[in-house]
Write a protein that binds this ligand. Structure first.
Ligand code: FAD
Length: 294
């Protein structure tokens, strides 16, 4: 009732074509005692990858980035898209053709895009990168005055009658996320990477779904709607993924380009794993520049 319809809805692909490497941390493995308790209909709490977590008291999750960046803002350039990289000459160019010279590079650019950006790449590596698949996600954020009901922190939605696979209620996580009597809500709908997304229609369907789910009162509209398209959002772990990722990353690493984070590593990382991967990549890059072997 849950596992297959939910995963089909989220991954937008035949589940037979997928491996299960991505499940290692995200799908809890029940003990025999859990199984027996489930069969007896006894509720179990504390299961899953996130029964407890930390969240900033104010400022939303953006507070984490603000705190991390506070000591380095004057040394970090943002809002500069890298569009071309020559790993032999060790130069990266911005979309505006500004050149950046480097000894080693740490890349959080999504791996297929990183490969496309490299001006020189062996054809086998390029082919491996172009085989990588993903889904994109339209996240519709809504501010709702006087909601009819909200359901915990977030809920997974396997039913096809709703377009979204997940709905979340950030004001239930942190009271600072919305004024009194209001709710901060999001819903997420996934699409294959090549799909065209009609954002206006999706927002309409998301709002309608929330009304049918009993979150919005009948006839009421949300007060603010902010859709954000995340592309890529989730790496599809098909059977070709592991070998292709290994081939591309190994080649780039040999040329002094350390790919890191959820999209650089092309993995199913949350924030914590992405940050740990960034620290690892920084250490590797320093070793490379200093000529120390791993
Ligand atoms: C729908 C959804 C829900 C999620 N929910 C959770 C959750 O509840 N908890 C959790 O821990 N994690 C969650 N995650 C995962 C979390 O968002 C990621 O793990 C984390 O943001 C990855 O951090 P990162 O730095 O590796 O990548 P990003 O946050 O994507 O940062 C990569 C950076 O690289 C930049 N970049 C990309 N291309 C270029 C380019 N060509 N030139 C220059 N810069 C470029 C981007 O602008 C971006 O700033 C969720 C992800 C999704 C999609």
């Amino acid at each position: 009732e849950f596992f297959f319809p939910y995963n089909r809805k989220m991954w937008r692909t035949s589940l037979r074509g997928m491996g299960y490497g991505w499940t290692s941390w995200s799908v809890p493995v029940p003990t025999i005692a859990d199984l027996l308790a489930g069969a007896r209909g006894e509720p179990r709490t504390g299961l899953g990858y996130n029964p407890s977590f930390l969240y900033p008291r104010s400022g939303g999750i953006g507070a984490l980035v603000s705190a991390l960046s506070s000591g380095v803002r004057d040394r970090v350039r943002t809002a500069t898209r890298i569009s071309r990289i020559d790993l032999r000459k060790k130069v990266a160019w911005s979309a505006g053709e500004e050149a950046f010279h480097f000894d080693a590079v740490i890349s959080t650019i999504p791996l297929p895009e990183m490969a496309r950006s490299c001006v020189i790449l062996p054809s086998g590596v390029r082919a491996a990168a172009s085989a990588l698949r993903w889904v994109k996600v339209l996240c519709v954020n809504l501010a709702v005055r006087d909601p009819a009901a909200t359901h915990g922190h977030w809920v997974y939605v396997p039913e096809r009658t709703y377009p979204f696979f997940r709905a979340g209620f950030l004001s239930n996580v942190s009271a600072a996320a919305a004024p009194n009597g209001c709710a901060s809500v999001f819903v997420e709908t996934s699409f294959p990477s090549g799909a065209r997304v009609n954002v206006g229609m999706e927002v309409h369907q998301a709002t309608d779904g929330l009304r049918r789910m009993g979150v919005l009162r009948p006839g009421r509209k949300p007060d603010i709607v902010e859709p954000v398209l995340l592309d890529p959002a989730y790496v599809v772990f098909d059977h070709a993924r592991d070998a292709a990722v290994g081939r591309v990353r190994e080649h780039l690493r040999g040329k002094g380009a350390f790919t890191a984070g959820r999209y650089g590593a092309w993995d199913y990382y949350g924030m914590e794993a992405s940050m740990a991967d960034g620290i690892r990549a920084a250490r590797d890059a320093i070793r490379k520049v200093r000529g120390i072997s791993a």
